[in-house]
Design a protein around this ligand. Sequence first.
Ligand code: MN
Length: 240
Amino acid sequence: MDLKTERWVGAEALIRWRRPNGELVSPDFFIPYAERHHLINAVTSRVLALLAQDAPLLIRAYPEFFVAINFSASDLCNPTMPDQVQNTLERAGMAPRNLHIEATERVFLGQAEASSNVRAFREMGVAMAIDDFGTGYSGLAYLMSLEMDALKIDKSFIDPIGSNAVTSQVVHHIIELAKSLGLGMVAEGVETAEQAEYLRAHGVQLGQGWYFGKPMAMEALLNALRNVETSAGGAGASYA
Ligand code: MN
């Protein structure tokens, strides 16, 4: 959600695993497992394949909408990834502006291959965001060395907004840091109107979370977009 215009401008692609018996396996379990067992590239390839399959309808109807996908460390270091991404864009009928790539801070740490891929994605015109910002270990100098488009502010800094907890002040400093580095911002895990209003008033461009919408299947997203389009004008804009 663009906090200023209250338009839906993008969605994060989340993967779910349903066992043949119908049981849902949480990504909190299977993503770290796949990372440990060197299967994460296969999971990411599956996400890209699903994107190529699902995105055409979405992008044809909402040419400015973006989909954000999550990369692990080995995805970001994979030398074939820029080609895979380029290929997905073509098959999905997406322009580079329709795709954002997210990865957590530690993924970028001291990996030369990662920086060259990040450069390749950004040269293509795909926006790069640091996911779950504030939960990693990055120092300021390190952060300044990264060529990024946006920070996604971790939910743990959004939760205390509006409370008297000392931690409720931290988000303010993260916002100032992002501004001084010229980075866009996405607040994660927004659950109340008060949080959304605080973030908007402090210049955070985008928000995501249950306050705006719970995870939904593509068909539900298309329906929801049709409804918001009549009331709020539908998709458009980006981190800018
Ligand atoms: Mn993410």
